[in-house]
Design a binder for this molecule. Structure first.
Ligand SMILES: [Zn+2]
Length: 108
């Protein structure tokens, strides 16, 4: 049975997976509704050294195929639930500056 919820960050409808890989070390399917693109964004913003590179060069570097291939390798190594081909990098970049769920800043 699939539950459809709106992503808590970007309001994209997404399905909550009935199964999750408890072995996943990163990007494990969440109980709350955050779409894969937002999960990837939150991950990238906190994973060094990528976070620093992205902060310095901007998220547009993610549109680079070599960068995407590197990230796919990171996902595979971490046994992530998210698959690289589920990620829409253009959406990730377009929504990069939406509020970050992982580091809520109280009074903006
Ligand atoms: Zn989202």
């Amino acid at each position: 049975m699939t539950t459809i919820v709106l992503c808590e960050r970007c309001c994209t409808p997404c399905s909550v997976s009935p199964e999750r890989n408890e072995q996943a070390r990163l990007l494990r399917h969440a109980d709350t509704g955050v779409c894969v693109n937002c999960a990837v964004t939150a991950f990238l913003r906190t994973m060094e050294p990528l976070a620093s590179v992205l902060a310095a060069k901007g998220p547009e570097v993610l549109l680079n195929e070599a960068a995407q291939a590197q990230f796919a390798a990171v996902l595979a190594a971490g046994f992530a639930d998210a698959r690289a081909d589920e990620i829409d990098w253009r959406v990730v970049v377009a929504q990069w500056d939406l509020s970050d769920l992982s580091t809520p800043d109280g009074d903006s």
